[in-house]
Design a binder for this molecule. Structure first.
Ligand code: BGC
Length: 448
């Protein structure tokens, strides 16, 4: 049992999030092309359990049942991603009509259930032919992305109620191109900066394209992690500044018209005249994905990086070994508010969630009290930020379903709904019932 949830403002948007490659499966169906994640997952040793997203949650074939689960939960909105290789298999040129039809059906089904479709255009599944031409290291990929955004919006237009260009460009750059632990598996460290600039440019050009096709609001979903400096030397503090610039500012300062943070541009020749203005095209909402804070201190002498990352003690931990730190979400929202002031658009929490080793009990039910405690704590952190004056308009739980967790394969379960990957049976967990009740109570308003 948790204490009653405090009230949220009228119109606060309750939602859940997923992404295409993590749930859809059907990678060869109806003309879909290969993505960098197909290639990566099929390369031996890349994914801990050797699994792939070939089938995942088979959402492509089960989307109607999954929308029924959303409807049962009572959410206002569902954030999904469009798989670029499904709608434009080679990343440029011809459209795959069958791929677009899938999202068209999904959007109509959501609307028929009174659920706002929130579409992310890019959640890391670049068409493989674009990677073969340089991927996000190539400036042309930014233009290809804008053209793809245009063709999706031409079809789904205003039926999508919130458009999100990119998901977590920082994580895609750092894990995919910097450290090689995500697709496309490159290990460029700081030479990955072109991936930052080209994603940001692609975002800006996509915003311009979307404005010609829709009056719905447009956003980006960034991953943020408040930085905790451990140690009190000048070198420790400098490490904190460097990490904050990379993780929290690199994909925010330029969007909000401030240009790149000091020390992040490794090759100024990449930034052409007009690029910063294109990147700073106004957005309506800032999507905030939050999982945990990061401990930082001065690097060891032989480190190739300007900081060391240090585990934070004193918190319970998820199955991912991430600290459960709702205070970090409160801190982060305050940091955004203070750092960007009037330039900060309204915020929606576009991802918040946790992995635990959930399994059905003898009664067939899945009890996940740790997830309930996690969500309870993070919602109270949002409430505290609202009390401080931060304009937060919504909260999306990651994730609706247990799903294919990138390099962790099927070993990490983030869902409100348990998925048996052998049978594809869906079993709502106790957190699903808890969230359903929280949303229903929020809609009823204050008790009289
Ligand atoms: C990503 C999700 C991922 C989640 C948990 C976020 O970084 O957007 O795709 O499943 O974190 O790791």
């Amino acid at each position: 049992m948790t204490a009653p949830m405090p009230q949220f403002p009228a119109g606060f948007r309750w939602g859940v999030s997923t992404s295409a490659y993590q749930i859809e499966g059907a990678v060869d169906a109806d003309g879909r092309g290969p993505s960098i994640w197909d290639t990566f997952a099929h390369s031996p040793g890349r994914v801990v359990d050797g699994s792939t997203g070939d089938v995942a949650c088979d959402h492509y074939h089960r989307h109607r049942a999954d929308v029924a689960l959303l409807s049962g939960l009572g959410v206002d909105a569902y954030r999904f991603s469009v798989a670029w290789p499904r709608v434009q298999p080679s990343g440029s040129g011809p459209v795959n009509a069958a791929g677009l039809d899938f999202y068209d059906r999904l959007v109509d089904d959501l609307l028929a259930h009174g659920i706002d479709p929130v579409a992310t255009l890019y959640h890391w599944d670049l068409p493989q032919p674009l990677e073969d031409s340089g991927g996000w290291l190539a400036r042309d990929t930014a233009h290809r992305f804008a053209a793809y955004a245009d063709l999706v919006a031409a079809r789904l237009g205003d039926r999508v109620r919130l458009w999100i260009t990119l998901n977590e460009p920082f994580i895609h750059m750092s894990l995919g191109y910097g450290m090689g632990v995500h697709a496309p598996g490159r290990m460029l460290l700081f030479d990955a900066f072109p991936v930052a600039h080209h994603q940001l440019l692609g975002h800006g050009l996509a915003v311009a394209a979307l404005r010609t096709r829709t009056t719905s609001p447009v956003a980006v979903a960034n991953n943020y992690s408040p930085v905790r400096v451990l140690g009190d030397t000048d070198a420790d503090r400098a490490a904190g500044v460097a990490y904050e610039a990379l993780h929290n500012r690199l994909f925010t300062d330029p969007l909000l018209g401030r240009g790149y943070p000091d020390g992040t541009v490794t090759d100024p020749s990449l930034v052409h005249d007009g690029d910063l203005a294109a990147i700073a095209a106004p957005i309506d909402v800032l999507g905030v994905n939050y999982y945990n804070p990061t401990g930082v201190r001065a690097p060891a002498d032989d480190s190739p990086l300007p900081f060391d990352l240090v585990p934070l003690d004193g918190y319970p931990r998820t199955a991912f070994d991430w600290p459960v730190a709702p205070d970090g979400l409160h801190e982060l929202l305050g940091w955004l508010h203070r750092s960007y002031g009037d330039a900060l658009p309204p915020i929606e929490i576009t991802e918040s969630g946790c992995a635990y080793d959930d399994a059905p009990g003898p009664d067939g039910r899945v009890h996940d009290p740790d997830r309930i405690a996690y969500l309870d704590g993070h919602l109270r952190a949002v409430r505290a930020a609202l009390d401080d004056g931060v304009d937060v308009r919504g909260y999306f739980v990651w994730s609706l379903l247990d799903n294919w967790e990138w390099a962790e394969g099927f070993t990490k379960r983030f869902g409100l709904v348990h998925v048996d990957y052998a049978s594809q049976a869906r079993t709502p967990k106790s957190s699903y019932a808890w969230l359903r009740d929280v949303i229903a109570a929020a809609r009823r308003g204050p008790a009289r």
